[in-house]
Design a protein around this ligand. Structure first.
Ligand code: NAI
Length: 357
């Protein structure tokens, strides 16, 4: 582990970083709790084949902080956390998730966990054997989380198109979706329902073919999606995909999708802005699952699709409107607003009102 962890924590305002090892399952993991100043910290479990522990540590810090930004912009009385689990062929997967459940339970509600890349219903069931501070994948839980994310992204795309042209005008839109997984497929379905032309791509070719067949949408080979001329490009696969090369290849007027940390660096948001490509910031548009999960745990409510859409639609409208008025990149405006709210929360420990409502 880097010797600079404490310095990273000071600079980034982190509260706690735990390094976990379980002899029985072979688990090696990091848990970062970024902020609990106004409520418990929420964040999923990412299981990934990291190159080394330094890469995993950087990821847990980056992702947990982004969760705090997400909570702040969504006006939730909660903060951010993340658990990353270093995947390996030796790992006893379900035993590792049971161990995580025990450790989460010891935190007694300071940290609530749920799904992320590599962690689905089976793994969450193993966590739920040991703790109630996890989003239950079954009927006792808050409902469809990927669906909540897709609905929020749909509303954010509508707001982005309105910012571009004053109306959605779905019937004349061409939208490219990168990644047709849990969120991407649901998003494609919603866009097809309103009459948009959808082009999809997925590195899982069988999956792409099935979704293409079922929804009657065109699919292209992975990586060709960047060059497809369209109104809006929706990244719904992995983060970091908007970088120097991608920006040169993009033939779109806007970027808005579910993937976390879409911009390889914040400067790529500036590049999009100077090329006239409108960007709906990821941590403002992809908070549907967080809103549904957090409100279920905190208030026992199941937030409806309509509520999620109106919250996220309003947040994106506000951010893009401010960015246009100030001629600033929307990623910078969203970051500044999230940090303003976090500082306010920390100083007063009160939740600011939901953006724009
Ligand atoms: P998923 O794992 O179900 O789907 C991702 C899909 O992307 C898979 O089908 C995979 O084959 C494909 N893919 C991976 N790399 C690709 C590439 N380079 N090009 C094309 N396709 C590629 O994940 P899910 O749940 O749909 O999430 C999608 C993204 O949204 C992730 O980045 C996730 O972190 C983010 N997100 C998801 C939320 C949720 O509620 N599921 C909430 C907030 C963010």
């Amino acid at each position: 582990m880097s010797t600079q962890v404490l310095e990273e924590m000071v600079q980034g305002g982190f509260e706690e970083v735990l390094a976990l090892h379980d002899r029985k399952s072979g688990l090696r993991a990091f848990l970062a709790i970024h902020d609990t100043s106004v409520g418990p910290a929420f964040g999923g479990i990412r299981r990934f084949g990291y190159l080394d522990e330094g890469q995993a540590l950087m990821d847990v810090l980056r992702l947990s902080k982004a969760m705090t930004h997400k909570c702040a912009l969504a006006g939730l009385p909660a903060g951010g956390a993340k658990l990353v689990l270093l995947d390996s062929p030796e790992l006893d997967v379900l035993e590792a998730y049971r161990y995580i459940g025990k450790r989460v339970d010891e935190l007694a509600g300071r940290f609530y966990t749920g799904p992320d890349v590599g962690t689905g219903p089976e793994e969450l069931s193993a966590v739920a054997e040991k703790t109630r501070f996890v989003t239950d994948p079954g009927v006792a839980g808050p409902g469809d989380l990927a669906g909540a994310t897709a609905d929020g992204v749909f509303a954010g795309i509508a707001a982005t198109l309105r910012q571009l042209d004053g109306e959605e005008d779905w019937g004349r839109r061409k939208i490219v979706i990168q990644g047709l997984g849990g969120v991407g497929e649901r998003l494609a379905r919603r866009l097809v329902e309103v009459g948009a032309q959808v082009v999809g791509a997925d590195i899982d070719i069988e999956r792409a073919e099935r979704v293409g067949r079922e929804l009657l949408i065109e699919t292209v080979d992975p990586s060709r999606e960047f060059g497809v001329e369209c109104d809006l490009f929706a990244p719904c696969a992995m983060g970091g995909i908007i970088h120097d090369v991608a920006i040169k290849r993009l033939r779109t007027r806007a970027v808005a999708g579910a993937a976390n940390n879409v911009l390889a660096r914040i400067g790529h948001g500036d590049q999009l802005h100077s090329k006239g490509i409108l960007y709906a910031p990821d941590f403002a548009i992809n908070s549907g699952a967080l809103i549904r999960g957090a409100l279920f745990h905190l208030n026992g409510q199941r937030e409806s699709t309509g509520e999620i859409e109106s919250r996220i639609g309003a947040a994106i409208t506000e951010i893009l409107g401010q960015a246009a008025a100030l001629d600033l990149p929307p990623a910078r405006v969203a970051l500044r607003e999230a940090e303003r709210r976090i500082n306010m929360r920390r100083s007063s420990a009160q939740t600011p009102p939901i953006l724009s409502t």
